[in-house]
Design a binder for this molecule. Structure first.
Ligand SMILES: *[C@@H]1O[C@H](CO)[C@@H](O)[C@H](O)[C@H]1NC(C)=O
Ligand SMILES: *[C@@H]1O[C@H](CO)[C@@H](O)[C@H](O)[C@H]1NC(C)=O
Ligand SMILES: *[C@@H]1O[C@H](CO)[C@@H](O)[C@H](O)[C@H]1NC(C)=O
Ligand SMILES: *[C@@H]1O[C@H](CO)[C@@H](O)[C@H](O)[C@H]1NC(C)=O
Ligand SMILES: *[C@@H]1O[C@H](CO)[C@@H](O)[C@H](O)[C@H]1NC(C)=O
Length: 441
């Protein structure tokens, strides 16, 4: 035995050597593959779940959150697919060649992704099951998301004109309302949304404020009593914008997009825009002071740097970072995996936000490159991301309200700019209480 080994040791080694080397190589390859497979992108801590979902819900997305705006095509989600087509269209160098795609899928993607083509058919896509399994509200959205042209039923072309010349109000307040909310609108007109010159809280300078309400039409009968009342209201106050689309939760994004269009055409010189809901309370005098200060600083900066006016990129509100889509089908914020995948970009709670007029114009243009998304605050965040503008957080925006115990105490409102939510009666009461806040606190 031993003799055999001795004699053939060298031979044996030479025979075994290739096997051993192959074995090592195999182990190396296996380890590499394992490492590659098990690599996960760094986890982003989830600080916030989009409104409507409960924290610690088991219905969170199953994957770690990916960075928003993935260049990779996620072809199992409709919105991602449409946006991918849109990105390609507007960035053929970085994102590939859109004209290299098959003609049919190209026109489909382009018309749905970002070009408004209301005459073409809905892009339900070939995977019928994908759409069939969606909720009614999601299906209604998908079937009309390629269209963003809706005519005015009531317009206010003269809102920002006085004596035939275009005004530049310090603040244009654009308030999303619904046909039936007559009381809310009236309370707003009488309190924080009063149109005209508003003096500041500390600074007497103040500024011109204009208010406009954004509405879609009610589902039922176009000539209903509500519409007659609205006609009267519009004639009396001249502050109603009504478009010919159905006013539903998932159609709120249309109000932003159509408002920007209106803004560009009829009020492009407004310095700041407030966009909010009709169930919030705004301390307009304090806001006017704050905005005057921002504007003065901007003017000073322009003066010292000798820059020509490049416009001001101010966007502020209650900023929400690292939110993920709500995957709980029982809430109205529910976004299925088959529609959108990925995290949400940083966005500001929709109760109310303030941005500069020049940014509103830029948002109008960039929104043409972003597919409509059913949740309006998130859509605004997407457009900002596309512009490369970060929303800035202002602690005075309380879209989740004050702590319960402090709500009755006027002095608690001292540093508040906006608080959500208040009904018309509360608005009027709060307005009275907050007079002369400075003297008392
Ligand atoms: C895009 O693809 C088409 C067809 O494949 C080709 O003719 C065209 O030159 C390409 N364009 C660019 C910018 O690469
Ligand atoms: C409107 O403009 C005209 C001519 O420019 C001027 O005579 C008139 O006083 C102005 N009216 C108001 C209310 O400013
Ligand atoms: C609308 O206004 C007109 C006159 O301004 C008034 O006669 C009419 O009663 C109003 N209609 C309603 C439904 O309030
Ligand atoms: C939005 O409005 C359009 C036009 O009225 C309508 O066809 C569509 O169903 C609405 N979308 C939703 C989600 O309700
Ligand atoms: C700003 O512009 C003025 C006139 O165009 C010029 O005289 C001045 O030197 C410039 N200042 C700076 C800091 O560039």
């Amino acid at each position: 035995m031993g003799k055999f080994c001795k004699c053939n040791g060298r031979l044996l080694c030479m025979c075994l050597l290739p096997f051993m080397m192959t074995g090592h190589l195999l182990v190396y390859i296996l380890v590499t593959i394992f490492v590659t497979i098990s690599y996960a992108p760094p986890k982003i801590p989830v600080h916030f779940i989009a409104p409507g979902s409960t924290a610690n819900s088991a219905k969170m997305p199953p994957h770690p959150l990916n960075p928003f705006w993935n260049l990779r095509l996620i072809d199992t989600a409709l919105w991602n697919r449409l946006q991918h087509g849109c990105d390609r269209l507007y960035n053929p160098i970085l994102r590939g060649n859109a004209s290299g795609m098959p003609q049919q899928s190209k026109t489909k993607l382009l018309s749905a992704g970002c070009m408004s083509d209301c005459t073409s058919e809905a892009v339900l896509d070939t995977k019928e099951n994908e759409v069939k399994s969606m909720s009614d509200q999601m299906r209604a959205f998908v079937s009309s998301m390629h269209c963003r042209e809706y005519p005015y039923i009531i317009n206010q072309p003269g809102l920002c004109y006085s004596n035939e010349t275009l005004d530049s109000p310090l603040l244009l307040m654009a308030i999303k309302s619904q046909l039936g909310n007559f009381e809310n609108r009236q309370a707003i007109r009488e309190t924080w949304g009063r149109s005209g010159h508003v003096s500041g809280e500390f600074n007497v300078k103040g500024g011109l404020v204009r208010t406009v309400f954004l509405l879609g039409k009610q589902e039922s009968k176009p000539n209903s009593k509500l519409h007659v009342l609205l006609d009267n209201e519009s004639r009396k106050y001249g502050d109603i914008l009504l478009w010919d689309f159905k006013d539903t939760f998932f159609n709120l994004t249309l109000k932003d997009v159509l408002f920007w269009r209106w803004f560009e055409q009829y009020c492009p010189k407004a310095i700041f825009v407030f966009k909010g809901d009709d169930d919030v309370f705004v301390r307009t005098d304090a806001l006017v002071d704050y905005l005057n200060k921002q504007w003065e600083e901007h003017s000073l900066w322009l003066h010292y740097t000798n820059e020509t006016d490049k416009g001001m990129d101010l966007f502020m509100g209650e900023v929400i970072n690292y939110a993920s889509p709500n995957r709980d089908p029982s809430t109205k914020y529910f976004i299925p995996q088959s529609f959108y995948q990925g995290a949400y970009p940083a966005y500001a709670g929709g109760g109310g936000v303030v941005y500069s007029g020049s940014l509103a114009l830029r948002l109008k243009h960039v929104s043409e490159q972003v597919s409509l998304f059913p949740i309006d605050d998130v859509y605004l965040g997407m457009c900002l991301r596309k512009l490369g503008v970060a929303p800035s957080h202002h602690p005075g925006f309380l879209t989740f309200d004050l702590p319960f115990m402090q709500r009755g105490n006027p002095c608690a409102y001292k540093s508040v700019l906006l608080v959500h939510r208040r009904n018309p009666r509360e608005m009027i009461a709060l307005w009275k209480h907050l007079r002369n806040l400075r003297m008392r606190c």
